[in-house]
Design a protein around this ligand. Structure first.
Ligand code: HEC
Length: 376
């Protein structure tokens, strides 16, 4: 059975090897068993990925491919991919993560230890310590600020139904969110809310306060699955305060965010932030804390991930303190997990209710992991 598999692989590579030299390369299983990650890489992978991992290989090898080989020396690409995902790709082929079938499946040719050793060899093309590792890219929550540095585009809708001055108000808000990385551990982001307020006395749409943010992942350890990040956001009063779309002042928002994996099946995330209006007459500063748990049920990246969040808002210098919980589900649509939707319903549990009901959601696109139509 094993021999048959090896034969199949060589049939696949026949072309590639043939172009290098005319004598057939035969490597028996006993020899393969003795090879370390670097040797395996140089024997089985370098033909397509380049000895140096750049993917700079002769044109004639890749001309029939549907995609170019990746550049393993690109630090963001190399470090944002979790070892477990690469394991799946090497063992089961590119298809398992919605990648090209040009990336072959190696099945049982190598032992698990050997596969992880090849992965470490590929990881060694980049100084891993300088970058937060992909293992710490936990599933995004609704209220908890994400600790990992991202390159993402999101649409974040919130629908709230509440009573204001005796009128029922439908408050629909969609935040356009863009995040990108720079340097080794930084991320910046831009958020623009668009809001519609509808009741029997009004139906108005407008933009809210533009928010800009910067964060820095100052600690990460992929072996004990933990990451800590400090960040700073501020909003500008671009929204009309009179119409209810803005705070009417600059608001400063320093925060801390952290996340920890409990084994492979549970992700815990938390954040604390202070929202402080610069013009004090516009309201007291608020302390907002949030905790989230997500359950990793699917084996791969695609699937349904249920979770629950708790969010508290304490007005500093006043009595008000509200807490709510948000049961939620996150659905990763593609095999690469780079397109996802999440929806939750918020239930106030302490300190009264500012609304009758509220739904929170987002649509997420990890734009560096591929286009919207790839990876399904
Ligand atoms: C026949 C050519 C070929 C061989 C041989 C090959 N690869 Fe690949 N590999 C590719 C191509 C092409 C891609 C890009 C797939 C895509 O982006 O859709 C890829 C992608 C990958 C990825 C990236 C997955 C990601 O997250 O984007 C890893 C890791 C990888 N290969 C590891 C290996 C290892 C390890 C070996 C040897 C044991 C190997 N490859 C052998 C062609 C090959």
């Amino acid at each position: 059975m094993k021999r048959k598999f090896l034969l199949l692989i060589f049939l696949n590579f026949g072309l590639i090897f043939a172009q290098q030299d005319t004598t057939e390369q035969v490597i028996d299983f006993e020899t393969i068993k003795t090879m370390n990650g670097k040797q395996i890489y140089e024997t089985f992978c370098a033909k397509c990925h380049g000895i140096d991992g750049t993917g700079n290989i002769p044109e004639e090898i890749k001309q029939s491919w549907d995609v170019p080989p990746p550049d393993f020396t690109d630090p963001y690409f190399n470090t944002r991919e979790a070892r477990k995902d690469w394991y799946a790709v090497i063992k089961y082929g590119g298809r398992v993560r919605g990648l090209s079938q040009t990336m072959p499946a190696f099945g049982d040719v190598f032992s698990d230890e050997q596969i992880y050793d090849v992965i470490e060899h590929i990881k060694s093309f980049v100084d891993q310590k300088r970058y937060p590792q992909g293992e710490l890219n936990f599933i995004r929550a609704h209220y908890v600020t994400k600790a990992y540095v991202e390159q993402e585009f999101l649409l974040i809708p919130t629908y709230t139904y509440r009573v204001e001055n005796g009128h029922n108000v439908n408050d629909t808000k969609v935040v356009l969110y863009y995040a990108n990385r720079f340097s080794n551990r930084f991320q910046y982001e831009v958020k623009l809310p668009v809001q519609n307020l509808k009741s029997c006395v009004q139906n108005t749409t407008g933009i809210g306060d533009l928010e800009l943010g910067l964060k820095y992942a100052f600690y990460d350890n992929y072996k004990n699955l933990s990451i800590l990040t400090a960040g700073f956001e501020f909003s500008l009063p671009t929204g009309s305060e009179a119409k209810g779309f803005g705070k009417g002042t600059v608001v400063l928002v320093p925060y801390l965010a952290g996340a920890k994996g409990l084994g492979e099946k549970i992700e815990l995330q938390g954040s604390v932030k202070i929202e402080a209006p610069v013009n004090k007459s516009k309201g007291n500063p608020e302390l907002i804390y949030a905790l989230s748990t997500t359950f990793i049920l699917p084996e791969g990246r695609r699937g349904i991930f249920p979770g629950i969040e708790l969010v508290g808002t304490k007005t500093l210098g006043a009595e008000e303190h509200t807490i709510s919980i948000v049961p939620k589900i996150y659905i990763a649509l593609t095999r690469r997990g780079h397109l996802a939707i999440s929806i939750g319903r918020e239930f106030p549990i302490y300190g009264g209710s500012p609304f009758k009901y509220r739904y929170v959601g987002f649509v997420l696109w990890d734009y560096v992991d591929g286009g919207i139509f790839s990876g399904w």
